[in-house]
Each structure stands twice: as structure tokens, then as C-alpha cells.
Design a protein around this ligand. Structure first.
Ligand SMILES: NC(=O)c1ccc[n+]([C@@H]2O[C@H](COP(=O)([O-])OP(=O)(O)OC[C@H]3O[C@@H](n4cnc5c(N)ncnc54)[C@H](O)[C@@H]3O)[C@@H](O)[C@H]2O)c1
Length: 403
């Protein structure tokens, strides 16, 4: 299917970025919000992104005007009568999204693909609100969308293969890296990331290491930033929401550390609120005091910190994703590099497991489960691979084959 024109619903943080990416690829795009002020603020954000490209010498001011001409702000669905694809980016509320999908279903041509940028909600449920569930699909961009390369393509139960192929080509035309993710809570990247962030929080509240030490250890491993810096950037409210959804689906292995709620209740939400784990306003940080209180509750003994303790839960969760056919092993590794910045020299989370040796990963997880609890219990697929002597690079077969 050819896509000649796109629509974006919601001109907020993600919608404006997505509209910029679409216009940058040369496609006309309508950007809709509930009132003209929100639309204008979205258009302003797009112009700012282009302006920064001009400042870096990557575009001329003339090019910017040509790209801006491709973006039409709107407060009405009338402008959606000839779009081939819509990306919905309104707040993360199922009822709101369903209502918008019903409205789009009425106004858009029969063949129009309706996609959602949801981080966590069911695509199948959104599809069920329309008369075209085969044309409804998840298209999960990452913030900031004009920089992050990864797009998770998430078919719902009724999404057709044709729709998946069409949005995959569309994402590629936006110069993104699409990865197919079969619907599950947290989709792929958030599902893998959360056990890592959560374990860092357990380490912190148990007094294993300070947040700076944990962040430094992650950076030394090769991550672009440490877990607490990342949470401050993502927003603690967003992490708290994702954490709830993961707990509901996967149970105890995703039980959030108490620290999240304590920070959330104290409105230490990260950069957006001026302070989170770190302080961005130059005043005294509340975070250290709150961590100290939590440590006292935990007896202040200090459990042991190791980089394996925060990285291996990601390997384990990635193994669950392979086992459940959420994504192919190679796509999981691509997604971790493009969506999280997993170090290039380690190729990906599963390739890293293969390199260490899956027998070592298994025994380390068992040891960690003995020390810290069942959340480390190894995924059955890991045990199966080790039983089959698929130990990774050293036996030439693990998650991948090596010649
Ligand atoms: N912010 C992120 O980092 C991020 C990353 C990936 C995915 N997402 C997902 O993207 C979606 C949007 O998140 P956001 O952070 O951009 O939210 P946001 O609050 O910044 O923007 C949402 C926009 O939608 C508008 N809106 C509400 N109802 C509308 C309607 N009926 N018609 C048109 N516009 C309407 C709001 O006025 C607002 O401008 C959510 O589903 C979120 O989970 C967010």
C-alpha cells in the first residue's frame, strides 16, 4: 500500500515529534489536537527541532520552510478524510483512545491504517472499538522520536499481515528501525528494561551501593546512562504506570521495589518536576534522605551489588520473550541497541548472554535467586538450552548459531 498522506492525533510530547519525523521524510501530515493553542504548541516544537538541525548545519532555512509546508495543524477530523495512515498519540487512557479510534473509523477511508503510539495498552482492545480491527496496529515510537531509531510494530489479535507489512515499510521510509513485537504487557523494550531499573532500585534501597555508584557501574558496562539517570529522564510517573501493568501481567518477578512509590508519592518525578533521584534545581536533594530512611527499614546491612545483578534480569526477561515468541532473538537484540542504547560492542542482550555462556547465566541467576528472591528464577528456556549444551559462543550455539 502506498502512503501519500498521514495524520497524527495529539500534538503533545510524542505527537509533535512523530509529525516532525513524518514531514522530514517528505510526506504531508495533518497534526490534530483539541484546540488551536495545543496545535500551535505542537507546530512550535516541530519548528524547534528543525531549527536545531539548521544550527548544526544539517539543513538550510529554506529546507525548513519546505518541510514545515508539509505539516497542517488542525482541530477537526475533516482533514483526515484523505489520509492513508493515522498515528494516535493522545494520553495513555484506553477509553479516550477507543473513542478516538471510533471517530477515525467513521471519517477515514476504509483502507486507512489506524495505529497507536501507546506504551502499554492493548492494541486488540483498541481494534475492537472499530469496524476495521485488521487495520489497527501498534506503532510505538520512543522519546525523543526525532532521534530514537526504534519503532515497535505491534499487531493485535485481529491485525492483518498486510497491515504489519505496510507499517513496517512506512517506518522504514521514516528512516526508523521497525521491530515486530507480538502483543504482551510492556511490549518488548519496556518489558526488558523494567527488571533492570527495578533491580537497581532494590540495590539502592538495600544499601548495596549509592545511586551514583550504580549509575557509574552501568555506564562502565557500556550503557549510555545509568538506571537512575534514565528514570529521571523517562519520568517516575511513567515508570510507576508501566511497573503496575507489568506486575499485573507477570506477577512477583516484576514486583516494584518500595522505593518507586516513595519517590512517586513525594512527587520526585525526575527532570520534569525539577528533581527525582538527582536534583535539577541546584537545591538540596530529598532523594538521599529518602533512600536513607528506606535503608533503615531494610536493616541497613547492605546486600551485595554487582553489575550482573542488574543486567542478568534483562537476559532472563529476554529469554522469556523468545520462549513466548514475542519477538525473534535477532530482533530483541536490535531493539535493545536501537531503543535502549545497549552497548554495540556487546551486540545485544541475548548475544551478550551467549558470549558469557548460558550455563554461567543460569547458575548466576540461581545464585541470585537464593540470595535475593524468586524474581531471579531462571526462565525455563534457559534451562532447556543449557540442558541441550547450547551454551552460546563456546559451543557454537545458544540463542544464536556461531560458525
Ligand atoms: N512521552 C513519552 O516519552 C512517550 C514515549 C512513547 C510512547 N508514549 C505514548 O504516547 C502517547 C502520548 O503521550 P505524550 O507523552 O505525547 O502525551 P502528552 O500529554 O504530551 O500529549 C497528548 C496530547 O493529546 C492531546 N489530546 C487529548 N485528547 C485529544 C483528542 N481527542 N484529539 C486530539 N488530541 C487530543 C492533548 O491535548 C495533548 O496535547 C501515550 O499513549 C504515551 O503512552 C509516550
Amino acid at each position: 500500500m502506498y502512503i501519500y498522506k498521514a495524520g497524527v492525533v495529539g500534538a503533545g510530547t510524542m505527537g509533535a515529534e512523530i509529525a516532525q519525523v513524518i514531514s522530514y521524510s517528505g510526506l504531508p501530515v495533518v497534526l490534530k489536537d483539541v484546540n488551536q493553542d495545543f496545535v500551535n504548541s505542537g507546530l512550535k516544537k516541530i519548528r524547534e527541532i528543525y531549527k536545531r538541525r539548521v544550527e548544526k548545519g544539517k539543513m538550510s532555512a529554506q529546507d525548513v520552510e519546505a518541510k514545515m509546508m508539509l505539516v497542517t495543524g488542525s482541530t477537526s477530523y475533516d482533514d483526515f478524510k484523505d489520509v492513508d495512515i493515522v498515528v494516535e498519540a493522545v494520553p495513555e487512557k484506553m477509553e479516550l483512545k477507543k473513542k478516538i479510534f471510533q471517530e477515525l473509523d467513521k471519517v477515514c477511508p476504509e483502507g486507512t491504517i489506524l495505529s497507536s503510539n501507546t506504551s502499554s495498552l492493548s492494541i486488540s482492545e483498541m481494534g475492537s472499538a472499530t469496524r476495521r480491527p485488521h487495520k489497527v496496529v501498534g506503532l510505538h515510537f520512543f522519546f525523543p522520536a526525532h532521534i530514537m531509531k526504534l519503532v515497535e510494530v505491534i499487531p493485535g489479535l485481529a491485525t492483518s499481515d498486510e497491515t504489519v507489512d505496510d507499517v513496517t515499510s512506512f517506518s522504514e521510509s521514516l528512516r526508523k528501525i521497525p521491530v515486530r513485537v507480538n502483543e504482551c504487557a510492556g511490549f518488548l523494550v519496556n518489558r526488558l528494561l523494567m527488571p533492570y531499573l527495578n533491580e537497581a532500585a532494590y540495590c539502592l534501597q538495600e544499601g548495596s551501593a549509592s545511586m551514583r555508584e550504580i549509575d557509574q557501574a552501568a555506564v562502565a558496562f557500556g550503557m549510555p546512562m545509568g538506571p537512575f539517570t534514565l528514570v529521571d529522564n523517562l519520568g517516575l510517573d511513567v515508570c510507576e504506570e508501566v511497573g503496575k501493568i507489568l506486575l499485573e501481567s507477570y506477577g512477583d518477578r516484576m514486583r516494584p521495589a518500595e522505593l518507586w512509590k516513595k519517590f512517586y508519592d513525594a512527587k520526585l518525578l525526575g527532570r520534569k518536576s525539577g528533581a527525582g533521584f538527582y536534583n535539577y534545581q541546584g537545591t538540596d536533594s530529598l532523594a538521599d534522605k529518602m533512600v536513607e530512611e528506606l535503608r533503615k527499614q531494610h536493616g541497613g546491612k547492605g546486600s551485595k551489588f554487582s553489575i550482573e545483578r542488574i543486567i542478568f534480569p534483562m537476559i532472563n526477561e529476554a529469554a522469556y520473550c523468545v520462549q513466548e515468541h514475542v519477538s525473534k532473538a535477532s530482533d530483541i537484540d536490535i531493539a535493545m541497541r536501537a531503543g535502549v542504547g545497549f552497548p554495540e560492542d556487546k551486540a545485544g542482550i541475548l548475544a551478550y548472554g551467549d558470549k558469557i555462556g548460558l550455563d554461567v547465566v543460569l547458575s548466576t541467576l540461581e545464585k541470585l535467586a537464593g540470595e535475593h528472591g524468586a524474581r531471579f528464577w531462571p526462565c525455563p528456556l534457559l534451562r532447556r538450552l543449557v540442558g541441550a549444551n547450547f551454551l552460546g559462543v563456546k559451543t557454537k550455539r545458544g540463542f544464536f548459531e556461531y560458525t
